[in-house]
Design a protein around this ligand. Structure first.
Ligand SMILES: *Cc1c(COP(=O)(O)O)cnc(C)c1O
Length: 336
């Protein structure tokens, strides 16, 4: 068996320790005599897996009691619709558009109700954040939506730089959730598809302030109603049990790395060595590289922007990034 250096954008690398534990427990989870995939979601075994996953996530992110943690399905893309369905309540909402994901969220919300684009950087190719004077906020908006890390365009909004606007802040954190500490209390709702930094695809995480529950109109589908999901502990129907289990193993792995501040230190070092390799190459890496030749995976750029990208999520080790940088330097030397 040989595992490759994996820089996939999502689904993405998982910690090897987590995969090994899942493998070890696959046929017989803690003496249950079956796999997590095969047990009832209503049984006490799965109840303990879900409870532990939520407790560990609350501890890692410092999620206060007045927030509900929901383990849902449908990906971040479903949230693009579910958020306005639940939170608009006949009003309007503001969207800041800084890349393709927030643009998609905005477009989807337009199908549900009345939403405004409060700022967009599309005319500058989504390569920067909007400056304060460009942002036109509605003080009566039901919420303000942002994408704190635009995975395709690479624009990140550091949470500490978001000012309080007086309306609930809703954030798509799909690609950098759990990568460093965040002040959850700044947000009304945080959401993320699991397959970047949490676990396998098929699980979607929503952290929502309880004041935002129960505002949905009566005609929305039951399964889409956050309040119903919260009342039922994410188990109105069958949740993505195996995904929740693996996410729980990832949360425990993160705790062993020193929590979010521990992993943030490693992430900063990974980013530093990768970006300095790119900067030192003086534009060399605008050329496509055959990923098979390097034993790395996922270096082909997103179809909408081209080029190359390496996703260095939590589970991508410092060793993997060092291997990539060594390859880049060697490749540049041989071909420059
Ligand atoms: C990957 C990604 C999405 C889409 O996620 P799905 O779970 O596939 O719907 C949305 N937003 C961001 C920021 C992403 O990185």
């Amino acid at each position: 068996m040989s595992r490759i250096w994996n820089f996939s954008a999502g689904p993405a690398a998982l910690p090897e320790e987590v995969l090994r534990q899942a493998q070890e427990e696959l046929l017989d989870w803690h003496g249950a005599g079956c796999s997590v995939m095969e047990m009832s979601h209503r049984g006490k075994e799965f109840g303990s897996i879900l409870g532990q996953a939520e407790a560990d996530l609350r501890e890692l992110m410092g999620i206060p009691e007045q927030y509900k943690v929901l383990f849902l399905q449908g990906g971040a893309t479903q949230q693009f619709a579910q958020i306005p369905m639940n939170l608009l309540a006949g009003r309007s909402a503001d969207y800041i558009v800084t890349g393709s994901w927030s643009k998609k969220a905005f477009k989807e919300a337009q199908r549900i109700g009345n939403v405004r684009c409060a700022a967009t950087t599309e005319s500058s190719g989504f390569t920067r954040l909007p400056v304060a004077e460009e942002i036109k906020l509605d003080p009566f908006a039901a919420y303000l939506h942002v994408c704190t890390n635009e995975t395709i365009h690479g624009v990140e909004i550091p949470a500490e730089r978001i000012a309080d606007t007086g309306v609930p802040l809703v954030a798509d954190m799909s690609s950098h959730i759990l990568s460093r500490p965040v002040n959850v209390e700044k947000f009304g709702l945080i959401y993320a598809g699991a397959q970047k930094n949490i676990g396998p695809s098929g699980l979607t995480l929503v952290v929502v302030h309880r004041d935002l529950l129960g505002m949905a109109p009566l005609n929305i589908p039951t399964v889409m109603d956050y309040a119903v999901m919260a009342e039922n502990g994410s188990m109105l129907n069958t949740p993505p049990t195996f995904g929740i289990y693996v996410a729980g193993l990832v949360f425990q792995w993160l705790k062993r790395q020193g929590g979010l501040s521990g992993i943030a230190t490693v992430n900063a070092e990974k980013a530093r060595i990768l970006y300095s390799a790119i900067d030192d190459s003086e534009g060399f890496y605008t050329n496509p590289v055959d990923p098979d030749a390097a034993g790395v995976l996922g270096l082909k750029g997103h179809k909408s922007v081209g080029g190359m990208r390496a996703s260095i999520y939590n589970a991508v080790s410092l060793e993997a990034v060092q291997a990539l940088v060594a390859f880049m330097n060697d490749f540049a030397k041989r071909n420059g």
